[in-house]
Design a protein around this ligand. Structure first.
Ligand code: AMP
Ligand code: MG
Length: 480
């Protein structure tokens, strides 16, 4: 069977200045690491029976019929500094497929060769970031958090020069779209109002068909990002590089570079090696989202007929993020604590727990998972001083009693809200190290286990353990 992808490439129908048409650059010896069959089916793709042909497609060596490969242009603020032109420097958008249910998805190959936006880069990816993005993005999807997805990963048979000579790889990513805050900034900075209008119309049609005009779009993106960041924080996720070019208009998590899940809870946690000042630390993420959304608002202003009125309206909309984030965050926290009803004092109860966790170096995931069991008292073992949890447990028990939920219901609800398995850094690094040595078994095992974060198979419970001191990963690196 030959490959059949139901392409309908709406981005390629936008004006020329939105992209450069660019086929992927073939690689020497493509070999399949993994293909996400369930996702392929969801997208309505027919893949070749021969894995070598599938590898050739996802390596960029064979462009499937109907694809219109291109590199998208965008700009962005990186760590607060303006970069007027970025763009897909090592990624090629093959096109968009329309799934059987009508949903539209981009298929992009990351590491597919140089483009006009590569600057000094080689347009390639090495195996490490490819394994990392595959594992972490699929784990996020299994956790129910909006995210780009992993469709496939291949090795290229080529060497990529980074810190040393690394094996090359290509990652096939699926996204609702790859439109970023930085895409709007690119055209706004050039005062290209026609392009801005076309982009806003395209984004509205694709992601927020009920939104009315640029103001409606801004409001919808603010709501989506407030919900997203609250969900990240509920699983201890730190994006690590929330530049405006890495914030998707769709509200999906995008760009898994130096991202990481916390083991021990601390609000100031930072992993990224390049985030020297902790700009993108765990607890800073809502504020950074606001900063980025203010850039989106600024970029949309030229589309508004009355600039002064629009500044007032957009400022209020961006300032409204705080309440929308709080609502999402408090709902996440209530679910994590097994509280069915919203009551006065719930947020304080949750924040009191987090404060004790920070002071007691408690593992974020395992503390909440222990609280989710039939014997929540076992959570105390996560704290350097187990007694520090006792007063909180009493307050929580009192609060639970006030709403009279059946104990079995509380346990079931909490176990569906608090994962046992997350892609812990040391496990991800272990899978990468093995893969670099040619052994993909740890990667496949992690992929399989992380697909069931809330009801793991008993034989996967070793993956729930926090790292031993010597296993701890303190730094993560960008996906270049
Ligand atoms: P990122 O840090 O992944 O958000 O990437 C920032 C910018 O650098 C984007 O425009 C990328 O396309 C570009 N870039 C990153 N790595 C490479 C590479 N190896 N070759 C070419 N461009 C790259
Ligand atoms: Mg990026």
């Amino acid at each position: 069977m030959t490959a059949q992808f139901p392409f309908d490439n709406s981005y390629a129908r936008l004006p020329d200045r939105f992209y450069t048409r660019q086929p992927p650059v073939p690689v020497e010896a493509p070999a399949l690491i993994a293909v996400n069959e369930a996702l392929a089916a969801r997208l309505g793709l027919t893949l070749p029976e021969d894995p070598a042909e599938t590898a050739a497609i996802f390596a960029g060596n064979r462009v499937p019929e109907g694809a219109e490969p291109l590199a998208q242009v965008y700009a962005g603020h990186q760590f607060g500094g303006w970069v007027p032109q970025l763009g897909d420097g090592r990624a090629i958008l093959l096109g968009e497929v329309v799934a059987p249910d009508g949903a539209r998805f981009d298929i992009q190959l990351k590491g597919a060769g140089r483009t006009p936006y590569s600057r000094m880069g080689d347009g390639r990816a090495w195996l490490g970031p490819v394994i990392r993005e595959y594992l972490v993005s699929e784990a996020m999807a299994a956790l129910g958090i909006p995210t780009t997805r992993a469709l496939a990963a291949v090795t290229t048979g080529e060497i990529v020069l980074r810190e040393g000579r690394m094996p090359g790889a290509v990652f096939a990513r699926v996204a609702a779209s790859h439109i970023r805050v930085g895409t709007f900034q690119f055209f706004a900075a050039r005062r290209d109002v026609d392009a801005l209008g076309a982009l806003a119309g395209h984004a509205i049609a694709r992601h927020y068909p009920d939104a009315e005009g640029p103001a409606g779009l801004l409001d919808a993106v603010i709501g989506a990002q407030a919900a997203l960041v609250a969900r990240w924080m509920g699983v201890g996720f730190i994006h690590g590089v929330m530049n405006t070019d890495n914030m998707a208009i769709s509200g999906e998590t995008i760009d898994y570079g130096p991202c990481a899940f916390m083991d021990e809870y601390h609000p100031e946690t930072v992993f990224s090696s390049i985030d020297q000042y902790g700009r993108y630390a765990y607890a800073n993420q809502p504020q950074i989202a606001v900063w980025n959304l203010a850039q989106l608002a600024t970029a949309l202003l030229p589309l508004m007929p009355d600039r002064d009125a629009a500044i007032e309206e957009f400022t209020a909309a961006v300032n409204g993020f705080a309440d929308r984030f709080d609502a999402g965050w408090h709902a996440v926290l209530r679910a994590k604590l097994g509280l069915a009803e919203a009551r006065e004092g719930d947020a304080e109860l949750a924040l009191d727990l987090l404060g004790r966790m920070a002071a007691g170096s408690a593992d974020f995931t395992n503390t909440f998972r222990a609280l989710s069991g039939a014997e929540p008292e076992t959570a105390a073992a996560q704290f350097t001083d187990p007694a520090a949890l006792t007063p909180w447990l009493e307050a929580w028990r009192t609060r639970l009693a006030a709403e009279g939920r059946e104990e079995a219901d509380r346990v079931a609800a909490m176990q569906a809200a608090n994962p046992a398995l997350i892609p812990r850094n040391h496990r991800v690094e272990e899978a990468i190290a093995a893969a670099v040595g040619g052994d993909f078994a740890p990667f496949h095992r992690l992929t399989r286990a992380l697909a069931r974060p809330f009801d793991p198979a008993p034989e996967d419970m070793d993956l729930a353990a926090k790292p031993r001191t010597e296993e701890r990963v303190l730094r993560t690196f960008c996906g270049t």
